[in-house]
Design a protein around this ligand. Structure first.
Ligand code: LLP
Length: 430
């Protein structure tokens, strides 16, 4: 269930007509529904009821301050993978002690910043990083609370670029290395490590990889305890998929049942790091048709949004459903063949949908690209010198611009022409 639906033939975000927002901010833009985000968050926490569980929103999915703030207000913590995401989370009102920091390449500077901010936990992914964390903590007179991310070597059966729990992936530490890492941690003065974490991938549509990964986590927990190590905390990662198309991702109750079955009796505090599940369906990308072109083989609908705004179709061959903002006349559309929805960028890889069954559309029509709330705006770029587009948050009958459109001047402001190249305002020297 999402809060984007047609009312009287016009797509609405909650109670706001999408064309009203388009008139106010121009196109393209991202539009998010507060109600969908909160409904997903509450469904997640409800499914985990009875477990000692904390939900850390995976900020990487959508790091807009207002989005983080929405989850902060609902009581969520934040899972961050950079100091930038940590700063955003703090600025949005997530308490430091509800922030966990993950990632394979945290620099000493980043570790120091996290320790100084007093965040809850730092998840370690290598021996070198464990030693660095202890050094950094000692230097600033702190004791770091660390967790060890293990790599359970299970196949998440998702897209190759977003699977993380196989031995060949760069993430985590082999399970058989874990005992040595805990022994090492016990000997290091700057760290206290009593937690294990696992995250096997994103957009999981099958429950069995979770069962396998959590079973392995259970086994290693028992093994470590038998060797005298204290394990009182398990971080179970994120990754629960959403239905972009005809997928049938496991429902929350099935997921929670696996959690209970595998690790429910270990007397551990549990952490979860959902990103996509909370925000994916809570966002659409709204774009306007610039031209319609009948190619030799197919119809191209050329829109004003492009791969720089939403890279997922190009990068992962991801499918996103496209709907017209004004409800289409299905009888008139029935005879149309499929088409590609493309952007203005100078690459054949610039498409938002391939071979999709779009109805009759004409120049100026608005289209909505669904399920664009996760890994949409955050992965955008200014390729082809296309400024970053606005993000709008809807709340019942109201909406607010939560990131304004960047101007080309703002983008150019970061750059400078060195003196030796001459002043562009004096062309004779240039
Ligand atoms: N925890 C860790 C350690 C992660 O690496 C991730 C995602 C998450 C949690 C949240 O996963 P989620 O619940 O959102 O699936 N850009 C890709 C997805 C990359 C996911 C990276 N890690 C995409 O557009 O599909």
């Amino acid at each position: 269930m999402t809060h984007f639906s047609h009312k009287a033939g016009i797509l609405h975000a909650e109670d706001v007509a999408v064309p009203t927002i388009a008139d106010a901010v121009g196109t393209p833009f991202y539009c998010y529904s507060s109600a969908t985000m909160l409904a997903r968050y509450h469904a997640y926490t409800k499914a985990l009821a009875g477990l000692r569980a904390t939900v850390y929103y995976a900020v990487k999915a959508n790091s807009n301050l207002a989005v983080i703030r929405t989850f902060a207000g609902a009581g969520a913590g934040a899972d961050v993978v950079s100091v930038g995401e940590m700063q955003r989370s703090l600025a949005a009102g997530i308490p430091a002690d509800k922030i966990v920091f993950a990632g394979v390449g945290k620099t000493r500077e980043e570790l120091a910043a996290a320790l100084k901010a007093g965040i809850h936990q730092i998840n370690i992914e290598s021996e070198a990083e464990l030693r660095a964390l202890s050094d950094v903590a000692q230097a600033i007179g702190a004791k770091a609370t660390a967790g060890l991310r293990v790599n359970p070597d299970v196949d998440a059966r998702t897209h190759a670029k977003i699977t993380t729990g196989r031995k060949e992936n760069k993430f985590g530490i082999d399970l058989d290395e874990a005992p040595r890492m805990f022994t090492l941690a016990a000997s290091l003065p700057g760290v206290s490590m009593t937690s294990l974490s696992v995250h096997i991938g994103s957009q999981l549509t099958d429950i069995s990889p979770y069962r396998d990964a959590y079973a392995r986590l259970r086994d290693i927990t028992l093994e470590l305890r038998a060797a005298g190590h204290r394990i009182d905390h398990l971080d179970l990662g994120g990754g629960l998929g959403i239905a972009y198309d005809a997928e049938t991702p496991p429902n929350l109750e099935a997921y929670a049942a696996i959690v209970r079955e595998q690790v429910g009796d270990l007397d551990c505090a549990l952490s979860f790091e959902p990103g996509r599940y909370l925000v994916g369906d809570a966002g659409i990308l709204v774009t306007r048709v610039v031209y319609v072109k009948q190619g030799g083989e197919k119809r191209f609908v050329i829109a004003d949004a492009a791969m720089n705004d939403l890279i997922r179709p190009t990068l992962y061959e991801a499918y996103h459903e496209i709907v017209t903002v004004a409800e289409a006349n299905s009888a008139a559309s029935a005879t149309l063949g499929s088409c590609d929805l493309v952007g203005p960028i100078c690459e054949s890889g610039d498409y938002l949908a391939k071979d999709c069954a779009l109805p009759v559309v004409a120049e100026g029509d608005l289209l909505a690209i669904r399920s664009a709330g996760a890994y949409g705006a955050v992965m955008s770029s200014t390729y082809n010198s296309r400024p970053l587009i606005p993000e709008v948050l809807v709340n019942a009958g109201g909406f607010a611009v939560i990131r304004r459109r960047q101007s080309v001047e703002e983008a150019m402001d970061l750059e400078q022409i060195p003196d030796w190249l001459g002043d562009p305002a004096e062309p004779e020297r240039g």
